[in-house]
Write a protein of this length. Structure first.
Length: 342
C-alpha cells in the first residue's frame, strides 16, 4: 500500500501551494497567476472569452472506472474545446475542487497531473482556483479564459441559408466507450477476480476517458483564411447542437446520414449492443468535435481539410431540421442529447 497523506496535514493553503508551486507561466497575457487574491491578465486589443464547467461525481463521472489523471485531463480539455468553438485560443484556467475525506493528497496529485498535462499540451496557464471540503464526493469546477481576434470570434447565430454544414473527426465513439465501461462495471459487480477485456476497443475508451479538443481544426481554418459563420463543439450530441445553431441563426438544416463520419469500432460496438448506429452518432455526445458552417464559396477549401467532412447544408427556417436517411426518407432532428437535469 502506498503512503497516504491526509489533506488535513497540509491545510487549505498548504494544499494549494503543494498542487500549484511548480507551475510556470507560458502566455504573455498572464501577468500574475496563482498566489495572490486574484490573477492578473492583460489582453490589450483582443476579445476575452470565458467559459465554465461544473462536474459532479455520480452525475458526470464515475470513479469506479475513470482514473483521476484522466479525469483531470478531460476536465480541462472540455473547457478548451468551448473556447475553440468560438474560434478562440484558450489561455488560462482556474480550478476549484470540492473534496471529501476519502481523497488523499496523492489522489489530488493524480488529478492535477492530468490537468497540468492538458495545460502543457494546449499551452494554457493554470492561474488560480479554490478548494473546499465536500460532503458528497468530488466536485470539479473549471473556468477557462481565452482570447479571440476582433471580427473573427464565431457565434452560434451566424449561419446563413445555403451555408455548408461541416463536422470534424467522427461521432458516436465516446458514447460507445461509455456503454462499454458501464457494461464492464455491471459485470464486475458480481465477480471478485474480474479483469475487463477491452482489446480492440481502445479507441472507444480513449474517446470517452481522454478526449482531445480540436485545436488543429482551428489552426487549419486560420491557415486557409476561413472564418466559419457559426460554430459549436459537440458535447451533447450532433442533433442537439445543430438545433442550437438553427434556433440561434433562425434557419433550418438538412444533413445526410451517409455523410456522417463514424469510426469502424463504433459501428462494431453498436451492433454488439444492438443499438442504432445513427442514433449513437446523432445523440451520443461527449465527442468534443467541432460542428461549423461555412459559406458555399468555401466548399473547395473545407473539402481539402484533413479530418473535416461536409455533412449537409443550411436551409430556410420554414423547411425545418432534417436528416436524410440512406433510403432518401427524411427524419426530423430532435434534441435527445445528454441532459443531467432529466
Amino acid at each position: 500500500m502506498s503512503d497516504r497523506t491526509e489533506i488535513s496535514t497540509l491545510g487549505e493553503f498548504g494544499l494549494i501551494r503543494h498542487l500549484t508551486d511548480k507551475i510556470e507561466l507560458k502566455n504573455n497575457s498572464t501577468l500574475n497567476g496563482v498566489g495572490d487574491d486574484a490573477a492578473v491578465l492583460d489582453y490589450k486589443d483582443k476579445q476575452v472569452l470565458v467559459t465554465t464547467d461544473l462536474l459532479l461525481e455520480g452525475v458526470h463521472f464515475d470513479l469506479m472506472y475513470v482514473p483521476l489523471k484522466h479525469l483531470g485531463y478531460k476536465s480541462a480539455v472540455v473547457n478548451f474545446s468551448d473556447i475553440y468553438a468560438m474560434n478562440g485560443k484558450p489561455k488560462q484556467i482556474t480550478v476549484s475542487l470540492g473534496i471529501s475525506k476519502r481523497f488523499s493528497v496523492e489522489d489530488l496529485d493524480e488529478l492535477y497531473s492530468g490537468i497540468k498535462l492538458a495545460c502543457d499540451i494546449y499551452g494554457v496557464d493554470l492561474v488560480g482556483g479554490d478548494t473546499s471540503a465536500s460532503l458528497t464526493g468530488l466536485t470539479i469546477s473549471i473556468t477557462c479564459i481565452g482570447e479571440g481576434e476582433k471580427g473573427k470570434v464565431v457565434y452560434r447565430s451566424g449561419a446563413k441559408e445555403t451555408d455548408l454544414i461541416c463536422v470534424s473527426g467522427d461521432l458516436g465513439a465516446a458514447y460507445m466507450g461509455l456503454q462499454l465501461l458501464e457494461r464492464e462495471k455491471s459485470v464486475f459487480k458480481g465477480q471478485k477476480d474480474f479483469t475487463p477485456d477491452f482489446t480492440g476497443k481502445e479507441y472507444l475508451l480513449e474517446r470517452q476517458l481522454k478526449p482531445e479538443a480540436r485545436k488543429d481544426i482551428i489552426e487549419m481554418l486560420a491557415q486557409a483564411n476561413v472564418v466559419p459563420t457559426a460554430m459549436m463543439d459537440i458535447s451533447d450530441g450532433l442533433s442537439s447542437e445543430l438545433l442550437h445553431i438553427s434556433t440561434a441563426s433562425n434557419v433550418g438544416c438538412q444533413i445526410y446520414e451517409d455523410r456522417i463520419p463514424i469510426d469502424y469500432q463504433t459501428a462494431v460496438m453498436a451492433e454488439q449492443f444492438n443499438m442504432s448506429l445513427i442514433t449513437a452518432a446523432l445523440n451520443g455526445g461527449e465527442d468534443y468535435e467541432l460542428l461549423f458552417t461555412v459559406p458555399l464559396t468555401e466548399h473547395d477549401k473545407v473539402s481539402e481539410m484533413k479530418g473535416v467532412k461536409v455533412i449537409g447544408h443550411i436551409t430556410k427556417p420554414e423547411l425545418g431540421n432534417y436528416l436524410v436517411g440512406r433510403d432518401g426518407g427524411e427524419i426530423e432532428l430532435k434534441a435527445q442529447g445528454w441532459n443531467s437535469l432529466h
